[in-house]
Design a protein around this ligand. Sequence first.
Ligand code: ZN
Length: 471
Amino acid sequence: MPELATVIRGVDAVLPHNRSKVDLGIGAEGRIAVIAEAGTLTGDAIVEAEGLIALPGAIDLHVHINTFFGGTTTRDDFFAGTSAALFGGTTTVAQFAIPRPGETSLEAVDRTQEEARPAAVCDYVIHGCAVRETYDASLAQFGRLTERGIRTLKVFSAYTDTIGLSLGQIHRLLARAVEAGITIFVHAETDSLVREGIEEAVGRGDLGPHGHAVSRTPLAEDDAIRSIADLARDIDATVYFVHVSAASSVASLAELRARGGRILAETCPHYLFLDASVYDAPGGEQWICSPPIRSAEHRAALWDALEAGVIDTVSSDHNCFDIAQKASRRADFRAVPNGLPGIEHRLPLLVGAAITGRLGWVRLVQLSSETPARILGLWPRKGALVVGADADLVLIDPAGHSNLGVGHMATDYSPYKEMSVSGRIERVYRHGQLVVVENELRAARGSGAWLPVHAAPIIPPWSISATRRGR
Ligand SMILES: [Zn+2]
């Protein structure tokens, strides 16, 4: 029996295929050393976890910490952003290194590393991004990006007046990505359709949050998904569609997969737990994000897609703006900074759904950590409670409750107001170290590790066939 630094005893653990009452033994090197029958392990520190549920530390594939976008910079630095992540049970985040004016993809990655290294308290992966201004230079850097451990890269089909790429540019980039072994993340909205929607809303004088919501249609999203998925299939590229929001997109994704596309899809908590009525309330600009939050029918379709396996991950798309930043431009939705804070609330919302029976526990782990780890090529070191994995764990009291107020995020509002959900995070471990307990952070600034990626993604079998349902 290996020497155990910590034993979490009698915990109800969500393992890759089932929930089981076990003892989790953590070795001195910070990995899970043994998973044994409950009540059988001894070690230096024993944590009695009877009645608690253990999940692998959550992985958030989509965050924008300290991000300059649309003329405004989000309020959090890497310490604030990753602290809030840990409080919410997320032990690894993946940050998009969006080039600032004049920067290439590699320069943006370098800058992001400099920002994160001294400050991050959870582990982090960096996604590259290719933007219009430095498109050619960035394309020429693909080899250097993969040498550096950057194997995922994002493009935008919208915002072609600033960072977005044309369909032709995306096609060429996908071909280069296949050669280099890079997975492409896509913000899918057809730019000309979005422009048309915006012109119509502005023409009607509908310049408030409602105008934003109706200007970016489900059709614009669906159209971009279909055309980019077709380009990808043509050259056998793997594409990951970020923040899918609409029922029609989900139907298209199911169809495109059935035709054999290597397609992955993400949605976000705000599309699952809120609806478009937020735009009619005072301060509606606080919910402005792209694509917008849609009606209850779209929300229902997204829930069905989660269960059916058509959507693979739930990520936060965290953008930590505050009330003043949102309000200062509210007279014209085109100028309001896009995005919502949410890095801390993603896992608690999903846990609440599991406790109330809306989502299976195994499926919750797939959506929040296992599939993200597989897509990053980090599984099973991350994303699973298995022997040999990093001991990144979250212990949850299913009888407790979480308040989804501002929490520890560097803002002054929560998109969920004072909503309360079932389940309370009791403890969070990162590499076997207790980093959150009783609402206290015990991680030193800069103690989070950068995770370079040198492996290809492992597409989960259930993401291709969309047949497996975790329960
Ligand atoms: Zn985003």
